[in-house]
Design a protein around this ligand. Structure first.
Ligand code: WT7
Length: 627
């Protein structure tokens, strides 16, 4: 293979925390308990572990069993010493241009107030609080406040619809919902409270809804259920110290719903102990995070990227984290570069979709600003195409910043396959597994495939950031991730990949019926069930085709019910229906009305046939097709 290697500069190598890969990697795999114990020593514990990992009930691994901790103890409490408390913990910028800054001291005050309010509202250790908020500081306070008192949070992405929100509230049996009147997006108000109100009509478990005032428009409040956050803050219940709850390392920290093969989203469970160790360790080593760094992860806190790398890991590492509320191109396509130059951001972490979206406006929007504070760049969510990579490297990074292409998943908690700053790069490759991560590419039977050959990505050893289970569905957890290579005890990531002659990993695509649109993960089954929930739709199949900006775009094939005839109007109505069932990200680019769908004899829709046809390609083996 003759890929061009992008080598790190002298300066990058000198500054890097990780100086050497091969020996250290080997050590970390051969002595994984020792390696993880070393990483855990970076954190403070109320009580240390009896065992690094308890494998007695695998695949339900218990990390740092016997230990007592709380992620807040490391993310906030330990930074409240005289020398650190006045340091900036986070910088927030609203889309209209307003900004707020919080020191660790102030962050503690805000989180304690929110925690006191939650307690006064009856939230107890172990219950799940649902959060549906725009990207405002109170979203972060709410998450941290739940963790502080030992409640779990379930953040529902603010782009999700009332149906999706209602379904998630029900699954978590939440009694408390935290929301805002609205948020700003491209200069318009996203009316979150109205969506929350609709969702609450469908989810009877909610007893209390607390609303943060952000946009100030008129909203409907229901007596005895709805409270304004600022009213509660003014009450004596909000003030005073709030002790951080001592938790077992394996106690639930949060759940986060993600898409799988079936229509029902999975509530992925992460715990306090192992997750804290893992995410803080990988952020420190992959992005060389130092206390004085200004780190900007330009994701939405509503996804795992935001949970791990806007909120928890930067705070545990004592860095300054940046949060921006709105769209990258609002009001002009230089919003990102303006933010970087204004705040002196050192490290930017974003997605291929965002990079492609900014690239199309040309170089001058970047060049207008001094972004020389940047030291490292990062990307996540889908494979990055070489053109976007080159632009990011040459124009944004001015040829001076290594790009950390991080492969990971909601289920893995943090980065798994990624360069360290010292790693020579190949555009489009996430390079090599991180220390302690035993990743490989194998065939159906578990045999290692030859270099360059496509196979199935597996992780052969447990790691501290791994999901604990799926909420209320331990069987599904076993089935989805651990049954294919049950004998070997390997984790099935659900991606296909290849390893080249130099040991570099190349992620190819999902193996299952999970699709990636603008880096967002959706199940074809979820979109199909949203389609068939409209009265006009009898059957539906969904595929993705390559899209210049979004990576992939959704295309739907629909068989209409009797009494309905195809029309442009019906096409729009069905799209609108998907938007209200799932949210804007799931709306198909095109809907085609068809009379039949290619199926196997057992009735499974053959999406690959639809896809091949749409691309004018040979559909391949049709021997299993029914008709
Ligand atoms: C899936 C996980 C992890 C945070 C964001 C997405 C794809 C993720 C990369 C990358 C190629 C990637 C995989 C993975 N993916 N990062 N750097 N290169 N593909 O989390 O929503 O749980 O999705 O995203 O297909 O399985 P997620």
């Amino acid at each position: 293979m003759t890929d061009k290697l992008y080598k790190p500069s002298e300066k990058t190598i000198n500054e890097a925390i990780i100086k050497e890969y091969d020996n250290k990697y080997k050590f970390s795999i051969d002595n994984s308990d020792k390696y993880w114990e070393e990483q855990a020593e970076y954190l403070d514990w109320y009580k240390k572990w009896d065992k690094v990992v308890d494998e007695s009930n695998a695949p339900f691994y218990k990390w740092f069993s016997g230990a007592k901790t709380n992620i807040i103890h490391n993310a906030i409490d330990r930074h409240l010493s005289d020398s650190h408390r006045n340091k900036l913990a986070f910088i927030w910028q609203g889309e209209p241009g307003d900004e707020r800054h919080f020191s660790y001291h102030k962050l503690d005050k805000e989180v304690s107030a929110f925690a006191n309010i939650l307690k006064a509202m009856g939230v107890r250790k172990g219950e799940i609080v649902t959060i549906y908020m725009p990207q405002i500081p109170e979203l972060i306070f709410a998450m941290l406040a739940c963790a502080k008192i030992g409640a779990a949070h379930s953040v529902v992405y603010a782009g999700f619809s009332r149906e999706a929100l209602a379904e998630r509230i029900k699954d978590a049996s939440s009694k408390v919902l935290l929301t805002a009147d609205g948020g700003w997006r491209r200069g318009k108000i996203v009316d979150l409270k109205s969506i929350a109100n609709e969702a609450m009509k469908r989810s009877p478990t909610i007893e209390v809804c607390i609303t943060v005032k952000r946009t100030g428009q008129e909203v409907e409040m229901e007596q005895n259920r709805d409270f304004w956050y600022h009213d509660l803050c003014a009450l004596p219940i909000a003030s005073g110290k709030c002790e951080t709850e001592e938790m077992n390392a394996e106690d639930m920290l949060f759940i986060l719903y993600t898409s799988g093969t079936t229509g029902k989203p999975k509530g992925i469970v992460h715990a306090h102990g192992g997750y804290s160790v893992y995410i803080s360790s990988v952020l420190r080593t992959v992005f060389d995070i130092k206390e004085d760094d200004r780190w900007w992860c330009a994701a939405d806190p509503g996804w795992i990227t935001g949970h791990s790398f806007i909120v928890y890991a930067p705070l545990i590492n004592g860095a300054t984290t940046v949060l921006y509320e709105g769209a990258p191109t609002y009001p002009y396509p230089d919003r990102f570069w303006r933010i970087i130059s204004n705040y002196g951001v050192n490290i930017l972490y974003t997605s291929p979709t965002a990079i492609r979206g900014l690239m199309r406006f040309g170089d001058s929007w970047v060049k207008k600003h001094d972004v020389s504070s940047l030291r490292l760049l990062g990307t996540v969510g889908e494979p990055i195409n070489p053109a976007a990579w080159e632009w990011y490297y040459n124009i944004v990074g001015d040829g001076n910043c290594q790009i950390m292409d991080t492969w990971w998943q909601t289920e893995t908690g943090g980065f798994m396959i990624s360069p360290y700053p010292i790693t020579p790069l190949k555009p489009g490759s996430a390079t090599k597994p991180l220390f302690g991560i035993d990743a490989d590419v194998v065939d159906e039977d578990g045999n290692k495939v030859k270099p360059g050959e496509q196979g199935i990505l597996v992780i052969k050893k447990p790691w501290p950031g791994m999901a604990q289970t799926i909420l209320h569905d331990a069987d599904r957890f076993k089935e989805v991730y651990w049954s294919k290579y049950e004998k070997q005890g390997w984790y099935l990531a659900g991606d296909s990949a290849r390893i080249d002659e130099d040991g570099y990993f190349w992620i190819i695509a999902r193996l299952d019926d999970v699709i990636k649109v603008s880096g967002y993960r959706l199940g074809t089954a979820e979109v199909e069930s949203a389609l068939v929930s409209h009265s006009s739709v009898a059957e539906a199949a969904v595929i993705t085709l390559p899209h210049e900006l979004r990576g992939n775009a959704i295309h739907a094939y629909v068989i209409l019910s009797q009494d309905y005839t195809a029309s442009d109007k019906l096409n729009d109505i069905i799209k609108e229906h998907v938007r209200s069932e799932m949210g804007p990200i799931a709306v198909p680019e095109t809907i085609k009305f068809v009379d039949s769908l290619p199926k196997t004899r057992s009735g499974k829709i053959m999406r690959r046939v639809l896809k091949a046809k749409a691309q004018g390609l040979d559909p391949g083996d049709l021997s299993t097709i029914e008709d």
